[in-house]
Design a protein around this ligand. Structure first.
Ligand code: SF4
Ligand code: FES
Length: 405
């Protein structure tokens, strides 16, 4: 469906000039954070640690408001939709939202913990037109997985994965890797094989949101990463043609940053539960940036020109060393949110870059992983349940007060 839609898009409409002097490109993907509610409490959750209470109290977008967002996004050129959260299954109208997306021709991916789900509801979601189910696992075993997620979910996830296959839907297994589970890549590959997954995503933790709050407990060692990479690469070769394996490397252990979101407000448009339009999940944690909501102004108008989205479009905002760097059009200076949360300046080069004057902050955090990793290895030698005692302990994600959906 993506390919069909790509054929119908006019190439001449790929980018347009906004009222300001920045180029506004067509977004390709809409990330719809339907709710922040979630039964799990993962210590690496990408949701903001301090949720915007005013926006939350305004409540989640209604079914009709999300329909309008989807239609407006398609008008802008969006072809794929990620339904995420929190846990999107917490929305009672999820089937209606999937049906609306299907009618618009969007490729729709459900990003879920699988909790709470019934076989009947999954069948209804398939009927409504879901294209892919991306199911998260926290580890290879229930003992460890349930401890990491702060909720007894692993056994149920196995059941849900079976239902997904039985419904004939493509299954992606997603695992966020960190110190406690990165030594289990072989077991995670075996798990995905047993489940009949079409794709396995092994994504090293990105240290923002709750993951930054828990960085000391999550950071792996270089040795762990090297071993995990080698295991994943061997499995990718062995399973070529049977199961796709994607391994997302951690920028804390690279010399150059990732092109976060493929650049600020370029290819991804992110809408929060209450309708705020962002370039990424963490942008609202940056001070001094105004982001508008779809209740106040239509999505296309916001996308084509608003203070928060325009702030880091183009290259005019860049400082040295990015301003004169050959890679500025490749990685866009890295991650703005990481630059702010580590270096205190959202316009600085991402400290993950070895050319950044703040790169020492990343090196210090890696050393923290070495020290914590040694402590973790000690507890691994005793019993799985002792990983709660890893030093420092997890600060589990907490929930905002429940709102109506
Ligand atoms: Fe990227 Fe800036 Fe580093 Fe160059 S200096 S590689 S543009 S982050
Ligand atoms: Fe916000 Fe990278 S997460 S720019």
């Amino acid at each position: 469906r993506e390919a069909e839609r790509a054929d119908t898009l006019a190439p001449a409409n790929r980018a347009e000039r906004a009222g300001t002097d920045v180029m506004v490109e067509r977004p390709y993907t809409l990330i719809a954070e339907l709710t922040y509610r979630c039964p799990l409490r993962c210590p690496y959750c990408s949701n903001p640690v301090a949720l915007d209470e005013r926006a939350e109290s305004a409540g989640e977008l209604s079914t009709e408001e999300w329909r309008r967002v989807f239609a407006d996004a398609v008008g802008l050129g969006v072809m794929q939709l990620h339904l995420t959260g929190g846990e999107p299954l917490a929305r009672r109208d999820l089937e209606d939202l999937v049906r609306a997306a299907q009618a618009l021709g969007l490729y729709t991916n459900l990003i879920t913990s699988g909790i709470p789900l019934t076989r009947e509801r999954l069948a209804a979601l398939r009927e409504a037109g879901i294209d892919n189910v991306q199911l998260s696992f926290q580890d290879e075993s229930a003992a460890r997985g349930d401890l990491i997620g702060g909720y007894a979910a692993h056994a149920r996830k196995l059941t849900v994965a079976g239902w997904v296959k039985a419904e004939g839907l493509p299954l992606t297994v997603n695992v966020v890797l960190h110190r406690r589970n990165i030594d289990h890549v072989a077991g995670l590959v075996a798990l995905a094989e047993r489940l009949g997954a079409d794709r396995l995503e092994l994504a090293n933790t990105q240290y923002l949101g709750w993951a930054l709050a828990n960085r000391g407990a999550l950071m792996p060692t270089r040795e762990q990463l090297d071993a995990a990479f080698a295991t994943a690469a061997a499995a990718r070769e062995r399973l070529r043609g049977a199961m796709e394996i994607v391994y997302v490397t951690p920028d804390y252990f690279a010399d150059r940053p990732r092109a976060c979101m493929e650049g600020w407000a370029r290819r991804y448009v992110h809408v929060t539960p209450a309708g705020k339009v962002l370039p990424c999940h963490a942008a609202q944690t940056l001070p001094g940036l105004a982001f508008e909501g779809v209740r106040e102004r239509p999505l296309p108008e916001i996308w084509r020109g608003s203070a928060g989205l325009d702030a880091f479009r183009g290259e005019g905002w860049m400082k040295e060393p990015c301003r004169s760097c050959d890679r500025r059009g490749v990685d866009f200076g890295g991650c703005r949110c990481q630059a702010y949360h580590l270096a205190g300046d959202a316009a600085a080069a991402d400290p993950a870059c070895a050319l950044s004057p703040d790169h020492g902050l990343i090196e210090a955090a890696r050393l923290g992983g070495r020290r914590g990793g040694d402590a973790a290895m000690e507890s691994d030698r005793s019993s799985a349940t002792e990983c709660a005692e890893v030093s420092p302990p997890y600060r589990y994600r907490t929930m905002p007060a429940r709102r109506s959906a």
